[in-house]
Design a protein around this ligand. Structure first.
Ligand code: PLP
Length: 363
């Protein structure tokens, strides 16, 4: 079976370096909030060209801490997309704010900026654009709307590490940006990890305090916070991976180019080709009318594929209480029935990809 992602191949490629880092960490006796974490934060600041980054335990916590650091809470409204991983909306609900959804653009699959203004009320505090599948949102339009209405922009860049918009790194464009280092993400470790990036010193200081039990000075607590930190081992793996991320993303972009040879085939709608690193193909998703038959066919030929996402968030059981109906976001609902993800990762072999393309043609 050709899997969707091959995280073990990525880790194997760095195994010797990782083992020697782990041995050093064992000897250091410093396992949480130590030198590796500090260096990783510093190196990511340089990479993203942003003044502050804070390591946290995972991408969901990054979003929760971002919201908390901006004092977004009970009854506040946050505008986002219904076509994303659940954690985006879950974080909004976790701080007792209300997720307000807008439909997506049919080509980019990202939130449609034209639909945002109609959803702004006097309780709206922030917009969370999600760079879905690694494709950048239209940040210029979103930033303009946010500025006009005095709203914060929190980028969910969990699927888009290393991606860019107009030459700026995704995550570092809005007020706050959030990343996940879950094993399948573009920049990842063999466990959980996350990061918050911000331009604002006040926000950075607050997140540092929140991730560590609301404490600035050991055993003195200013507020109720979290235990949300990145272990030294993961920080070390991420430092090694950060050196390779550009090369890995370029390989993904090249492989997306290879898949685009399917463009002449009837029945397939491929992701729009974009310039530079506007898309870093965390997932390579295409559309087909007979999506479910295609999944079955590929599976029979030994090729895994995935559905991102089978049920938009406004139709999830947990959000019944928000009162949305079928038909409220027709584009998201349609795409949830048409999209499938093909195997895509930097370690996908050329002959594997040629076999996948051959089978797509045969279907
Ligand atoms: C993975 C992901 C998250 C959550 O990250 P975790 O590290 O799994 O908590 C949030 N938003 C999006 C869009 C993601 O893909």
């Amino acid at each position: 079976m050709i899997p969707l992602v091959h995280v073990d191949r990525q880790m194997q490629s760095m195994k010797a370096e990782i083992i020697s880092c782990v041995a050093e960490i064992i000897n250091s006796g410093q396992y949480v909030l130590g030198e590796q974490g500090r260096l990783f934060e510093k190196e990511v600041c340089q990479y993203l060209n942003s003044p502050y980054t804070i390591n946290v335990a995972n991408g969901t916590d990054a979003l929760v801490l971002a919201l908390r650091s901006l004092d977004i809470g009970v009854g506040d409204e946050v505008i986002t997309t219904p076509f994303t991983f659940f954690a985006t909306a879950e974080a909004i609900s976790r701080v007792k704010a209300i997720p307000v959804f807008v439909d997506i653009d049919p080509v980019s699959y990202n939130m449609d900026p034209k639909l945002i203004e109609a959803k702004i009320t006097n309780r709206t505090k922030a917009i969370i654009p999600v760079h879905l599948f690694g494709k950048s949102c239209h940040m210029e339009q979103i930033s303009k709307i946010a500025k006009a209405h005095n709203l914060y922009v929190i980028e969910d860049a969990c699927q888009a590490f290393g991606g860019e918009y107009n030459g700026e790194k995704l995550g570092a464009i809005g007020d706050v940006g959030c990343f996940s280092f879950f094993p399948t993400k573009n920049l990842s470790t063999f466990g959980d990890g996350g990061l918050v990036v911000t331009k604002h010193k006040k926000v950075a200081d607050r997140i540092k305090r929140l991730r560590h039990h609301g404490s600035e000075k050991k055993y003195f607590h200013e507020e109720v916070g979290y235990n949300s930190r990145l272990d030294e081992v993961h920080a070390a793996v991420l430092r090694l991976s950060l050196q390779k991320i550009d090369q890995w993303n370029e390989t993904r972009i090249k492989k997306a180019g290879t898949y685009s040879t399917l463009a002449d085939l009837e029945g397939y709608t491929l992701p729009q080709l974009v310039k530079g690193k506007e898309h870093v193909y965390h997932l390579y998703c295409l559309e087909h009318n007979r999506r479910d038959d295609l999944i079955q066919y590929l599976n029979d030929q030994g090729i895994a594929s995935g559905v991102y996402y089978p049920l938009p968030l406004h139709l999830q059981n947990v959000y019944k209480k928000l009162g949305y109906q079928h038909g409220d976001f027709p584009v998201a609902e349609l795409k949830s029935k048409r999209l499938l993800a093909l195997p895509m990762h930097p370690f996908l072999k050329e002959e594997e990809q040629q076999y996948i393309i051959e089978q797509l043609r045969t279907f």
